[in-house]
Unconditional design. Sequence first.
Length: 388
Amino acid sequence: MFTMKKAVALLTMSVLSLTLNAQDHTELTVEEQRIGKAEQLMPRVTTRLDARIDLFSEQLAQARNLTVLTQLVIRHGQAIWREAVASFNQKNDFDDRALYWARLKMARDLRQSQAFKNLLPMQQQKLMWQFELFTRGQRDVRFDKNTKKKILVTGFDPFFLDKNIDQSNPSGVAALALDDLVIRKDALSAEIETLIVPVRFADFDQGMIEELLTPYFQRSDIDMIVTISMGRKDFDLERFPGLRRSAEAPDNLNVYTGANKQKPVIPMLGQEPLKGPEFVEFSLPVKHMTLVQAPFKVNDNHKVSTLNQTLKAESLAKLQSEVSVQGSGGGYLSNEISYRSIVLRNLYRPVLPVGHIHTPRIKAFEPEQSGKIVNQIKAMLTQAIPAL
C-alpha cells in the first residue's frame, strides 16, 4: 500500500541521493556546451538578460566560501526568474528562450568559479540543485492577489536542441505569460502562478517534481494544478498517464533511458523505483475546458499503450491488469510529470483537479503560433474556474 509515511520516506531518499551520488560538478554539461552555438545564431535572445548574468559573474569572482555562494545563488536565481517574466511581458514577443539560455550561462559561470571548484562534490551538487529550483520560479510562487481561486501551472524548457538550437517551447511560453495573472469567469476570479521544469531524466529521478509540487498539494487553498508540455497537432487533455518510460528520444543532456515500447522502464524517485499503479486518471474539469475549441481542437485523450495492446480506455478499471508502455501523454517526460503529480494528488488531496495539457507543437520559434496557444490555454483555464 502506498502510504503517506512511505511517500515522505521516498521524498527524503530523493534529497539524500543528491549527496550519495554526488560527483564532481565543475565540468560543463551538454546543455551548457551548446551556449556558444546559440550565441552565434541568436545573439538577441542569449544576451537579453545579460545585465543580471554579468552581475552574478562579477560577484562569483569575489566569493570565497559556500555561504557566500549560497547567498548569490538565492539572490540572483530568484532575480533572473523575475526579470525574465518582466522582460517577457514588456517585449510581448512570446519568446521563452531568453530565460533558458540565461540559466545555462549562469550555471556555466557558477561551475567555473574558483569558490565553487573549492567545494566538496556533494556541496557542489546541492548548490546546483538549489540554483535550478530558484531559477525555475520556486521562490516566486506567491498567491497574493486575494482571488477566490488559485491555479498552479508548470511548463517545460525547450528541447531537441541539437535538431533546432533556436527551439522554443509553447508550454514555457505559457508559464511566462500566465505568471501572476488574474483571470475571471462571471463573479469568480483566479490567480495563476507558474514554474518551469527541465527536460532531464536525472532531475525527475532525483525528485524535482515532488520537491516543487508537494508543498502545494499539502495546502488547502490550491484549487487546481495543471502541467503543460508541447505535444501533437491539437490540444490534448491527457486522461490516463502511465507509470513507465518508453520513449527512445534523449533528454536535453543527450541521455537515453534504454527504454522502448517492448521494454518500458520504471523511473526512479531517489534510491528507489517510483511507486504507484500502472495507470492513473486525471481530474481536470474536462467538460468545461473542452468548451474552448478554437483556434485549435481540444481533445479528451484516452489513448494508451500497454504490453498487450493500444486502446482508447473507457475507464481506469479497464487498465487494471495491464503493464503500461505509454500513457495518454506518451512515454516521455510529459507523461511522467503528469503521472507524478497525480500520484501526489491521490496521496494528499484526492479531489483536487490535477492533469496535463499537451499543446500543439511548433517548429523552432513561431511566436504567432505560440501566442494563439497561450491565449487558448488562458481561455481553457478561465472556463474551468466555476468547476473548481
